[in-house]
Design a protein around this ligand. Structure first.
Ligand code: SF4
Length: 295
């Protein structure tokens, strides 16, 4: 696919992706690191069989704590055609996946739309758009009617923190606008008879060390700007000091029980519903490995 001046993500770097890579690592072919059934998402996404997860390589964000940095920053993966991507969707469906879960898809949206078009009469699963929340509304609007479930992060509220830890000082303004657009598209959460999510919005928030006040600001925004009974929150405690965390000593540790409980009680006080990860799940083996399987 030819994109001569890419503005798909908020970086708007203008790369000619037919000739080279953009700031996200994206070129002219879609690049994928793994496609497999995945059990570690929220229970209404993973279910009993697993979520049909496709991990895309590269990323518009630069989080210093990324648990998938081999993909996001080091661009590990394999270039494939949109026909192959469409075939992967069907293979995951045949394996019993409950949904097609597009992980970190932002910089490949036009390729994904083309692949979904190829399989539109054969793919019967909900499509999950699983992203860091750093999205342009213009790009999200291209997905209106194609995505059933949005699963964005809302990582930071303070600009200083998003600049320092993800290279994105505009993160909060951009991500909150994107989340409102996501909700506009999919509306109220809906489950099937087995308790699996059919459509809706789940906002993930990972509590960071020394980040409890920022976390409370994130949760407060959610409670004040979205209908609490129509969306889900997924509060995550699994922060592990991966990748470049040693460069930022204040976050080069796991979160404390005090920090997590502070944020958890605020979520409860605000009346937010969803999933609250057990503090004990902060283990390195929680993170998936990437081996090009299924690609
Ligand atoms: S998606 Fe990639 S190439 Fe396109 S604007 Fe963003 S960083 Fe640049």
């Amino acid at each position: 696919m030819e994109i001569k001046a890419c503005r798909l993500c908020p970086r708007e770097c203008g790369a000619n992706r037919s000739k080279g890579l953009g700031a996200c690592g994206g070129g002219s072919f879609v690049k994928v690191a793994k496609a497999a059934l995945h059990q570690w998402e929220e229970p209404c996404i993973s279910g009993s069989n697993g979520s049909g997860t496709v991990f895309f390589s590269g990323c518009p964000l630069r989080c210093c704590f990324c648990q998938n940095y081999q993909l996001s920053a080091q661009n590990f993966g394999k270039e494939i055609t949109t026909q192959r991507l469409a075939d992967i969707f069907l293979e995951l469906q045949d394996q019993g996946a409950h949904n097609i879960n597009l992980v970190n898809p932002t910089h490949y949206v036009p390729w994904i739309i083309e692949a979904l078009g190829i399989v539109k009469h054969r793919l019967h699963l909900p499509v999950v758009y699983n992203s860091g929340g750093y999205e342009r509304c213009e790009t999200l609007r291209m997905l209106d009617g194609l995505v059933d479930i949005y699963l964005p992060d809302l990582k930071f509220a303070e600009s200083d923190r998003s600049k320092r830890y993800a290279g994105a000082p505009d993160y909060f303004d951009v991500a909150t606008s994107a989340i409102l657009e996501m909700y506009r598209q999919v509306g109220k959460i809906a489950f099937d008879q087995d308790g699996l999510l059919k459509k809706g919005l789940i906002i993930r928030h990972l509590v960071l060390p020394k980040g409890r006040f920022d976390s409370v600001a994130v949760l407060t925004w959610i409670a004040q700007n979205l209908p609490k009974e129509k969306i889900l929150l997924s509060l995550m405690s699994q922060f592990t000091p991966f990748y470049r965390c040693a460069e930022f000593p204040e976050i080069n540790r796991r979160i404390s029980t005090f920090e997590y409980n502070h944020v958890l009680s605020k979520a409860q006080e605000l009346g937010l519903k969803g999933y609250m990860q057990e503090k004990s799940s902060a283990k390195e083996e929680y993170t998936p490995l990437f081996d090009l399987s299924g690609v």
